[in-house]
Design a protein around this ligand. Sequence first.
Ligand SMILES: C[S@@+](CC[C@H](N)C(=O)[O-])C[C@H]1O[C@@H](n2cnc3c(N)ncnc32)[C@H](O)[C@@H]1O
Length: 243
Amino acid sequence: MLTYNPYEKIAHEYIEKRKIAAKSLYNDVINDPAILRALSELDVIGPSLDVGCGQGSVTAHMPPKRYGIDPSPTMIESAKSNALADYEADFKVAFAENIPFTDGSFSTIVSSLALHYSPNIDECFTEFARALRKNGQLVFTIHHPHQTQAIDIDNKSVTTKKLYGNGERYRFQIDEFEPLWAHHYSKSYLENRLLANGFANIEVRDVAPDKSLYTNLSCNLKEQIMQCIATPPFVLITALKAH
Ligand SMILES: C[S@@+](CC[C@H](N)C(=O)[O-])C[C@H]1O[C@@H](n2cnc3c(N)ncnc32)[C@H](O)[C@@H]1O
């Protein structure tokens, strides 16, 4: 059973980064709108669970009654104080691989940019299938496998090591933060494991920036945006718990 979450060491910096008024390209501009659009298109209902909820930015937009879990105590503390100010939700310190709720507790499970930190995503899918009701909806985003093939940082230099397997580890750096270990999962592996865990109606979409949002942004950011349009940074996956 997992007991160590490397993300805890950068939790304070991540929370501060997401508080600043200038929007983060990857979270606020690219990822969050894609998740929120999927939730609204699918017309999801509660009770809902946000897995790897961090400080609760996505939890706030989920249907009530809302719950969030994250293995980082610092993240959960921040999520609790944000929720007290703005919306109602219950948060617990826990891993995706061991969800502390009884079978069939949720109609919707959401996970935003957290599952690539799991060394065994199959265990997460088994837990999602257990905690969801029949016809419950799963919506998650994860690092795009093309991106995880390209980035591998050793201590001194950036190299481009290709990852072909499923669950092979890679290290990447979030801006100025320390490099973290994450895990590579190909699209076909994700689809196969979801099917094996009883999910149906599986859709896998690339998450790239919406060009129309960028007309007023600085040149610097525009370059990054063009790069993200050419190589989408994330995939969004939706699936239905069939039985
Ligand atoms: C990039 S942050 C995303 C936080 C939030 N979902 C958001 O979109 O702002 C990744 C989160 O995944 C959490 N995490 C890492 N390993 C996890 C695991 N095995 N199960 C659930 N969450 C995990 C980290 O603690 C961290 O809060």
